[in-house]
Design a protein around this ligand. Sequence first.
Ligand code: NI
Length: 227
Amino acid sequence: MLITIDDVLTTEELAEARTLLAEAEWVSGKVTAGIQAATVKNNLQIPEESPHLFRLRQLVLGALNRNAMFFTAALPLKILPPFFNRYGGDSNHYGFHTDNAMRGMPDGSGYVRADVSATLFFSEPEDYDGGLLTVDDTFGRHGLKLKAGSMVVYPSSSIHEVSPVTRGERIACFMFMQSMVRDAGQRRMLYDLDMALLDLREEIGETEPVVRMTGIYHNLLRRWADS
Ligand code: NI
């Protein structure tokens, strides 16, 4: 399942983030890539020791926390602190790769199993050429280039790439998270059920069958979720 969520960041948050991103120092992105991924990764990232990283992460995680659509799609248990990357000039692409399943927390406090990935865009699509995020999975091959402040959420098990940026710069944030529901098929069913219930509630109100179906949603979540 791949979903896009518009306007994850407010206009003010986006403006603040873009100021920080313009001031930040950037280093080679190979530092967070696995062995296979490092061979095809050629972009820049904000290093862990950057003084700008704390506020940038706070902005992104705060926005995720209040986003109901993100919650129901990802059912996040643990989120690895977001990373910020830049594509342009000579460091302009990231070939097809798969992300490592287990990611160490930057502070050494343990591991996060990457079940769900997300990319949040900071550059407007018209400000660069190329830089298409292509996600290839059993649901097909999707090419994405979203407006600034919008996000795509997809399974970490997919193969994906960012094609070369041939004009301008593409700045984005990428995230890995461990879901309360490990299995992508179960997550998909819970998402579909939750979305259908939302529509039903709007169309016919909180009728008794709707209440019973809501109970089924929570009973499935109880059966499948870990905390
Ligand atoms: Ni990746």
